[in-house]
Write a protein that binds this ligand. Structure first.
Ligand code: HEM
Length: 170
């Protein structure tokens, strides 16, 4: 086994461990947490959000970045050998990678900045013992919509990722 092969295996392992962390949290947010938070009364929300969301969102956004970085480094090495548009592998990886990068953009540019405001407003309203401002719902809604979009995009993205090296049973 050459050094290059060991590097690729390590990168692929980092890529899917980080990918599972990212997409696992995405599914938790969409399948469990959104309804759970909705079911809480406003006072409980200002207690739960600051305790739960900072850590969950830290793992979420950094695992997304590590996934994409490892994916792009692998792509750099692999596409040089095979080309991106001359094989089913390249077309699937290009499509899946592009969907993944759109999802990464949603995480860092829409979900995280809006969630940061939701956390800040929850902490302030808990400290002042006042109801959260109305704008908190707007930030929560924007983050929710981007997160829902990522939830749906994850299905074709994962199909392309998984199919690339095995289509048609290659
Ligand atoms: C964010 C942008 C992403 C890019 C640019 C990207 C890129 C890549 C590349 C270049 C490979 C190597 C394919 C090969 O060795 O033939 C790969 C494989 C893989 N990716 Fe991604 N990826 C991304 C996101 C994700 C995500 C979010 C997951 C979720 C778990 C994921 C899961 C996988 C898996 C499991 C493999 C191994 C597939 C196999 O070897 O059969 N990727 N990815």
């Amino acid at each position: 086994m050459t050094g290059d092969m060991i590097l690729m295996i390590l990168l692929r392992w980092i890529h899917f461990v980080a990918g599972i962390t990212w997409i696992g949290l995405l599914y938790f947010f969409n399948l469990v947490n959104a309804n759970f938070l909705k079911s809480l009364d406003p006072a409980a929300k200002t207690v739960v959000i600051p305790k739960l969301m900072p850590a969950a969102l830290a793992w979420f956004r950094w695992s997304a970045l590590v996934t994409a970085a490892a994916g792009l480094i692998m792509l750099h090495f692999l596409a040089a050998g095979r080309g991106l548009f001359s094989s089913s592998w390249g077309i699937f990886i290009f499509t899946g990678g592009l969907l993944g990068l759109v999802m990464l953009f949603n995480v860092w540019v829409i979900i995280w900045p809006n969630q940061k405001q939701v956390i800040r407003m929850s902490i302030e309203s808990a400290e002042k013992k006042q109801p959260a401002p109305k704008t908190m719902a707007i930030h929560a809604r924007r983050a929710y919509l981007a997160s829902r979009a990522n939830f749906y995009l994850s299905f074709p993205m994962l199909f392309c990722m998984g199919a690339a090296a095995h289509f048609p049973l290659s």
